[in-house]
Design a protein around this ligand. Structure first.
Ligand SMILES: Cc1ncc(COP(=O)(O)O)c(C=O)c1O
Length: 475
């Protein structure tokens, strides 16, 4: 059969069937017994006829509809209340509209003239975030650079790298030209997200010059020892920055930002707060206190694809001082960066990326459809529910929660054997019953849940308890 091109009529047909299939998928996932469906890769490749489609082409709207059905089978069902694993959003519907718009108009926005609407939306969303952090927004028409600033990046890892790049420019302005000097040190707790250590190596600082910060018995930074750790490090070289977490990925616990921020200010050291997960709590009057002191930081990151319910990826890296952000990267590229008079900001100067997707449009549409209060009540409700889940698990014989949750991340274990926690997780996942994750906190292995789904309730936790107690995870 001759290949049929996806012209307008066929596109509309495929679009309509996609919408129907995805809505059905969402409904099924919400109610299904299976929280996950994992198959071996070779089987998936065969079901999806990948060899055929890669080499032969010839897809039609009808064949595409069949193919999409296969594609949707071995997927993680985020819409299922028993998905309790990593901090990945159950995407809210408006975010899908933003993805579709981009798929059709494809306006990469790093250069204002390439995506004027998308760039303006990103600028406005960054300012909305800056206001929530307590930093001055950036005027559309430009100013002295002493206000805040930021940019969206593809994920928190790249956002952490971007922030540390700016910290390096502040500590060692010569580094861009001459390479990273060998007297720079970075301090972070061992519980910091691995992308921080990775960024330090990418920046040429090297893992050996990452100083682990003293922590308490929950792996939270012990601020009372921070000043002396900084003083000792300053005898060895320059302290490029301190990294704190709000919250730590594994435990969901928050470092004491105000105390850390005050010490960093006194010591004249850049403070970067990785608030990839926790920043969304700024919207909740009940929980924003967890981020008390964030405004003392020099930079922070905020993953919208966690608690603002956008699809991946959508992360903002934010700076208290736009001028410091602008010194992070000093690239020239005469075909694209020569200054322009198009009336908008070229975000390309702020980001590692060149072609850049309109990630902030996903945030804007979620806010526009739900209202800030709607998004805030989702965050608050999930944080509240983690406390309820803690009570259910902690009060049950055989289960142990090491500490009350501070976010919607909750660690617990059944029995005391580290290896058993892995067996429980993998057994439940292979059977598609529950999708949990696992983490080591203060030297012990725990089961870990991120309560992302708005429909995870007490009965879900009761079912989980029974599934574990009755050994449904065993072969
Ligand atoms: C605290 C923290 N920072 C950074 C990241 C990395 O973000 P991303 O997965 O968007 O690269 C994560 C991801 O879970 C995180 O929890």
């Amino acid at each position: 059969m001759a290949p049929i091109h996806l012209e307008d009529v066929a596109f509309e047909q495929a679009l309509n069937s996609t919408a129907k299939q995805l809505l059905a998928y969402k409904k099924r996932s919400e109610n299904d017994q299976e929280a996950a469906a994992i198959q071996p890769m070779a089987e998936i490749a065969a079901d999806l006829e990948l060899d055929h489609w890669l080499s032969e082409g010839g897809m039609t709207p009808d064949r595409y509809a069949e193919w999409l059905d296969h594609y949707l089978k071995p997927t993680t069902r985020f819409h299922n209340p028993r998905y309790l694993s990593h901090q990945v959003a159950v995407p809210d519907a408006p975010t899908a509209l933003a993805e579709l718009i981009h798929g059709v108009i494809n306006n990469p926005l790093a250069i204002f003239e390439m995506g004027p609407s998308a760039a303006t939306v990103e600028f406005a969303v960054i300012n909305w975030m800056l206001r929530h952090v307590g930093w001055q927004p950036e005027p559309y028409e430009g100013a002295d650079g002493m206000h805040g600033g930021g940019v969206f990046t593809h994920g928190g890892s790249l956002a952490n790298l971007t922030a540390l790049l700016a910290a390096r420019a502040a500590a060692a302005p010569e580094a861009w030209e001459q390479g990273t000097p060998d007297d720079l040190f970075v301090m972070a707790a061992p519980a910091a997200h691995y992308s921080v250590a990775r960024a330090i190596s990418i920046l040429g600082i090297g893992h050996r010059r990452l100083i682990p910060l003293p922590v308490d018995d929950r792996d939270v930074i012990d601020a009372s020892k921070l000043g002396s750790t900084i003083r000792q490090a300053k005898q060895r070289g320059r302290v490029m920055c301190v990294v704190a977490s709000a919250c730590a990925t594994g435990s969901g616990l928050h470092d004491p930002l105000r105390a850390i921020g005050e010490i960093c200010r006194e010591s004249n050291v850049w403070l970067h707060v990785d608030a990839a997960h926790g920043a969304s709590a700024l919207l909740s009057p009940k929980y924003r206190g967890l981020l008390d002191g964030l405004e003392l930081a020099d930079s922070t990151i905020w993953d919208a694809h966690k608690m603002l319910r956008t699809s991946g990826l959508s992360t903002a890296v934010l700076f208290r001082c736009a001028r410091k952000m602008m010194s992070a990267m000093q690239q020239e590229a005469n075909y694209i960066m020569y200054g322009n008079s198009m009336g908008g900001v070229d975000l390309i100067h702020r980001t590692v990326e060149c072609t850049k997707a309109p990630m902030a449009t996903k945030v804007l549409l979620n806010l526009a459809f739900r209202g800030e209060s709607g998004v805030a009540s989702y965050v608050q409700d999930r944080y509240d529910f983690a406390r309820e889940a803690y009570q259910l698990l902690h009060s049950r014989a055989g289960f142990e929660c090491p500490f009350p949750p501070e976010s919607n991340i909750l660690c617990f274990r059944f029995g005391t054997d580290d290896a058993q926690q892995i067996s429980i997780r993998e057994g439940l996942l292979k059977k598609g019953l529950f999708h949990l994750s696992s983490a080591v906190v203060a030297g012990k292995r725990y089961l870990r849940m991120s309560i992302m789904n708005p429909h995870t309730h007490a009965d879900t936790i009761q079912q989980l308890i029974l599934a574990i107690e009755e050994g449904h995870w065993r072969d």
